[in-house]
Design a protein around this ligand. Structure first.
Ligand code: NAP
Length: 262
């Protein structure tokens, strides 16, 4: 199916690796021009080159910077102020015990995983409504539906974003102008972040990382981790011309790991 996205512009945040890159690849494959961001300029440039090779007919602009900072967001928006698609993403906060976290850790988590997406939505959403087309996808986490105790910073910050988006998506001046806002909730995806989590857990528990990975895999009904490519494909579907009636939703992509009926 043609997703009707050829020639559109997207800002894909935190996209040099992992899920963000998967989203950028899927959109570029659909003929979407992209601005991609990440802090590390070298890997970002390599990803930009790979995206250009994937589809030489699209424009790919790489903007290095921290999307959690005002300067990073300003640089990303300056590259292409009027985007049709916004994919919000950033690194997740570290695990730990809430007894060890102070204001500084909470503000960092809120900056990256709640306030940065809200600021980017604020900067782009009314232009989308004026033009009569907009797709915003926030990469959050399965932990919004089924919290993970050691990821308290993530549970809290992402739930704040989720509540905000739920209200905004239902504004008639957005939903009524073909602007949709949805959240994509990853379960376990085979990215650098997941591998690092296993390495950290392995070092703490004194067991091989492969053993932890195998245990986690076995607990997923699909019996495997997701891939960035399949995450990106679902993201592109949410952005499709045909998805204009799908808004304010939290789409869980977890191989069946969430045990609830709803
Ligand atoms: P990843 O493989 O570590 O990739 C993260 C990407 O984001 C990199 O390109 C990184 O590049 C960039 N990035 C990180 N912080 C940034 C910032 N402040 N500003 C700009 N770019 C930034 O991670 P991932 O697995 O794709 O995860 C993406 C998001 O999904 C995270 O929030 C993660 O917590 C969440 N998530 C992932 C999983 C999973 O299983 N993978 C599950 C649930 C939730 P630089 O480091 O160079 O900036």
């Amino acid at each position: 199916m043609d997703l009707g996205l050829k020639g559109r512009w997207a800002l894909v945040c935190a996209a040099s690796k992992g899920l963000g890159r998967g989203c950028a690849e899927a959109l570029v494959g659909e003929g979407v021009n992209v601005v991609i961001t990440a802090r590390g300029a070298e890997t970002l440039e390599q990803t930009a080159a790979a995206l250009r090779a994937l589809n030489p007919s699209v424009s790919v602009i790489a903007v290095a910077g921290d999307i959690a900072s005002e300067a990073g967001r300003a640089a990303a928006l300056a590259a292409r102020p009027q985007v049709d698609i916004l994919i919000n993403n950033a690194g997740g906060p570290p695990p730990g015990d809430f007894r060890d976290w102070g204001r500084e850790q909470w503000i960092a988590a809120l900056d990256a995983n709640m306030l940065a997406p809200i600021e980017l939505i604020k900067a782009t959403v009314d232009g989308m409504a004026q033009r009569g087309f907009g797709r915003i996808v926030n990469i959050t986490s399965g932990a919004v539906k089924a919290p993970i105790d050691v990821l308290g910073l993530s549970n809290g910050a992402r739930s704040g974003l989720t509540g905000f988006v739920a209200g905004l998506a239902r504004q008639p001046r957005l939903a009524g102008r073909n602007v949709t806002l949805n959240n994509l909730l990853p379960g376990a995806f085979d990215t650098e972040r997941l591998q690092k989590n296993f390495a950290t857990g392995a070092a703490k528990q004194g067991v091989p990382a492969a053993e932890l990975a195998a245990k986690r895999r076995a607990a997923i009904p699909a019996q495997r981790f997701g891939t960035a490519a399949e995450f990106g494909a679902v993201c592109a579907m949410l952005c499709a011309e045909q998805s204009g009636y799908l808004t304010g939703q939290n789409i869980l992509l977890d191989g069946g790991a969430y045990p609830g009926t709803f």
